[in-house]
Design a protein around this ligand. Structure first.
Ligand SMILES: NC(=O)c1ccc[n+]([C@@H]2O[C@H](COP(=O)([O-])OP(=O)(O)OC[C@H]3O[C@@H](n4cnc5c(N)ncnc54)[C@H](O)[C@@H]3O)[C@@H](O)[C@H]2O)c1
Length: 478
């Protein structure tokens, strides 16, 4: 048994605070037994790429290619279109979606700045977890990217809940667009105990609020692209629309935000984010796109494949692992696939290569001032039983015998239900989906097999129960 929390130790990580002087009184709000960071350092010294930044919207980022030619910014260099937003701040750029997106945007000649407090790496230390794939430090990742492509990625290490830090990052980098991935993103993590529930909502809601204030204060034309989740909608017995639904009630008609029925403290934090963004779009004219993302699978993108130091993380454990990734690892190590309950839980899924494409499309086609757009970001729907069947079939092709077991569902959720969610807006903008074909599953399984010696089988079973969450700091078996 590993103690997740120790009351005798305190955690020192930058937490929501208004000034550096007030840091001490906030240090206890992050739930861990580890000392992570003592304070926010003057982040300018942590920026790998210190240089004078151009004024927003004033120039195309210019990058010297290996062949010596120069290219401009944005995706399309040949169409003669008006220059698109060029300077993109990726909050949470060291994480699973954020790292792949940062590289993709940099490769497309956007000027990229990663903002991250590296807390995801500390969750692993705290809980005794690890990525299936070995991942390099953020510094080595960025150095490797530069040596391969001659493209710089700016790095700001700090917490977006710290407004002073965020303000400095904004005024220094001057983003045209901010992609906000930087949240605690695991539903099980948020359901471990009271302190994790509070940390999740504080980190996510206050961080996003700070980003909104930073845009208003320093960069009011900046486009916010915020990662939400399809889980905000829950599983209603009607079709799920993209953000809004037109309702006729007692003879009157209105188009209203689609009802949200979140089912964990994590998902609830996302609902509150969406409300805050919608409100500030209206009140302050913020341009915003809420990407209600489905469950992401896969690990490879064109850029992360270029070198092992660019590998993305791949979570397979019961707390951070997502369904299909987890099943592939389970199959690779001969563990039965763990279907929760009846397995009829149906959700939207997408390949990580489509995550990066969707984010680029959102940036390249910004929302208008005061517009709050909602896109449902997924490409296909599957039930858990369907995923298990697909992995079993893919395993057979590779000579792996795959079994499936039903385990008691640790979550509170419908196990058989109607599910039909719209997802047309990103397709209309040009998304070309990578669908879950046999060949993709083969390659995902192959990655799992390649790294199977790194699998800690003790992390496979679910360890967090929605019903058993309590106020006491929780010990979880490891
Ligand atoms: N992975 C999925 O399947 C999935 C599905 C739907 C939505 N999303 C959303 O996409 C986003 C990214 O998910 P992910 O899987 O890449 O998560 P991740 O945990 O791998 O990455 C999140 C990153 O944000 C950083 N971070 C967290 N809090 C921060 C803070 N206060 N200040 C600065 N940095 C902070 C972490 O260190 C980490 O690097 C999340 O908002 C998540 O809710 C993910």
């Amino acid at each position: 048994m590993a103690h997740l929390l120790s009351s005798s130790c305190s955690l020192n990580i930058s937490c929501p605070k208004t000034s550096l002087n007030s840091s001490k009184q906030n240090l206890s709000s992050f739930p861990t037994s580890l000392t992570l960071r003592t304070s926010i350092q003057p982040f300018k010294t942590l920026s790998l790429n210190k240089k004078n930044t151009p004024k927003p919207f004033s120039v195309n980022a210019t990058t010297l290619q290996q062949d010596g030619t120069k290219t401009g910014s944005g995706s399309d260099q040949t169409s003669g279109e008006k220059p698109r937003p060029t300077r993109v701040m990726v909050i949470g750029g060291d994480g699973y979606c954020g790292w792949a997106t940062s590289l993709h945007l940099s490769n497309k000649n956007y000027e990229v700045a990663i903002v991250d407090n590296l807390v995801r790496r500390h969750f692993d230390d705290q809980l005794g977890l690890d990525s299936l794939t070995p991942i390099s430090s953020i510094h080595d990742r960025i150095r490797r990217w530069r040596s391969l492509t001659q493209k710089d990625i700016n790095l700001y290490i700090g917490d977006v809940c710290d407004f002073e830090f965020l303000s400095e990052a904004f005024t220094s980098f001057k983003p045209d667009a901010v992609v906000h991935f930087g949240e605690q993103r695991s539903a099980p993590y948020s359901m471990i105990d009271r302190s994790r529930a509070i940390y999740t909502q504080q980190n996510n809601v206050l961080g996003t609020l700070n980003v909104l204030f930073a845009i208003k204060e320093f960069s009011e034309d900046c486009h916010l692209v915020k990662l939400g989740t399809m889980g905000e909608y829950g599983t209603p017995n009607i079709d799920i629309e993209e953000g809004y639904i037109t309702i006729t009630h007692n003879g009157r008609t209105d188009t209203l935000p689609y009802p949200k029925q979140a089912s964990s403290f994590y998902h609830l934090s996302k609902v509150h984010d969406s409300n805050n963004i919608a409100f500030t779009s209206k009140a302050w004219g913020i341009r915003a796109t809420d990407l209600n993302q489905g469950v992401v699978y896969g690990v490879r993108t064109d850029e992360t494949e270029m070198h092992e130091e660019l590998y993305n993380r791949f979570d397979y454990d019961g707390i951070f692992g997502t369904a299909l990734n987890r099943f592939c690892v389970q199959a690779a190590v001969g563990h039965p696939l763990t279907v929760y309950g009846k397995g009829g839980q149906t959700r939207g899924y997408l390949d990580i290569r489509d995550t990066v494409q969707c984010v680029e499309l959102a940036i390249a086609n910004p929302a208008k001032r005061g517009e709050f757009r909602v896109f449902n970001q997924f490409t296909e729907q599957f039930s858990v039983n369907q995923l298990a069947a697909l992995v079993t079939k893919a395993g057979e092709k590779l000579g792996i015998e795959v079994q499936t077991i039903s385990v008691p569902n640790p979550r509170v959720e419908a196990e058989e239900h109607y599910y039909n969610a719209k997802h047309t807006k990103l397709i209309e903008l040009g998304l070309e989906p990578h669908l879950l074909s046999d060949s993709l599953l083969d390659s995902l399984l192959n990655v799992a097999v390649q790294f199977k010696d790194r699998v800690d089988t003790k992390q496979i079973m679910p360890s967090v129960s929605w019903r058993k969450i309590g106020a006491k700091p929780k010990t979880v078996s490891a």
